[in-house]
Write a protein that binds this ligand. Structure first.
Ligand code: BT5
Length: 254
């Protein structure tokens, strides 16, 4: 019913009206042995989640709340690459479907005019050092008006309708994003991370800028040099020391 033009992504589709979180369902399906490319889409999430236990606002009929089950043969430390791959796919899919150009802020934010329009959450299903599945969750604000967002989000969040001036066909955007992601994913499995890395760098707004990275334990200010082949952010502080940032929230200062 989503009219997908992909071969593998969406081979199995779980389409729901309302769920706690599509991630939660995808985890269960992965545990039960779901095939690669299985997707879970819901019209609403009652407990949509972001990173580090944060909430993801997922109101009914206005967004695209989707989780994709992947089964790449990669090491756990390569998993951040899939977040970047998803980000590139989202930017390209949105551009194809709507003509709207988005930026990427490391690691998982998609922005338009500095406001967040898409969030990506990559979670692993792993046993000891082996990955059984990677669940990529994508939350896209499509048809919300500004007043649909809770007050605390109005200053930092936006939607494609707000930016584009009219509502969009959500299925068409999902199709475009999944098509980009499938193509890029199979290229990645075959040829490695380089193509994704180059594309990612071309959409990234944080690279070369002064940023502040807040990790769970501390905060480091410096210049974002780029990303490594594993998708780790390299940050050079005032003393010239280069830090490898695996997970953080980034504030761009310049
Ligand atoms: C993310 O987390 O950006 C990952 C969001 C992933 C959502 C998808 S939807 C499908 C799948 N199922 C789920 O349950 N989750 C995934 P993070 O970087 O931690 O950002 C979370 C922060 O973004 C919140 O603390 C808010 O400040 C802000 N936020 C919450 N909802 C938002 C929204 N709809 N639009 C923009 N910003 C939002």
């Amino acid at each position: 019913q989503l009219g997908l033009n992909t071969k593998f992504f969406g081979r199995e589709i779980y389409y729901e009206e309302s769920v706690d979180s599509t991630q939660k369902i995808a985890h269960r399906l992965a545990y039960e042995g779901a095939v690669e490319g299985t997707i879970v889409v819901s019209e609403e999430q009652r407990m949509g989640r972001g990173r580090l236990g944060r909430a993801w606002f997922s109101p009914i009929y206005t967004g695209i709340w989707v989780s994709i089950i992947l089964k790449p043969e990669i090491a756990p430390q390569q998993a951040p690459q899939l977040t970047l791959l998803a980000a590139v796919s989202v930017v390209r899919g949105i551009q194809k479907a709507t003509g709207i150009r988005c930026d990427i802020k490391w690691p998982n934010d998609i922005l338009i005019n500095g406001k967040k329009v898409v969030g990506i959450l990559t979670e692993l299903v792993a046993e000891s050092d082996r990955i059984n599945a990677v669940i990529v969750g994508i939350g896209m604000n499509v048809n919300q008006e500004r007043e649909h967002f809770p007050e605390d989000l109005q200053a930092i969040a936006t939607s494609l309708a707000i930016e584009g001036g009219h509502k969009w066909n959500r299925a068409a955007i999902l199709q475009a994003v999944l098509k980009e992601m499938e193509d890029l994913y199979f290229d990645y499995l075959k040829n490695g991370f380089q193509v994704v890395k180059l594309l990612w760098e071309s959409y990234a707004v944080s690279i070369g800028k002064q940023i502040k990275a807040r990790t769970l334990t501390n905060s480091i200010t410096g210049k974002a040099l780029g990303i490594t082949d594993e998708g780790v952010l390299l940050l050079e502080d005032e003393k010239g020391t280069v830090h490898r940032i695996y997970s953080a929230d980034i504030e761009i200062n310049e």
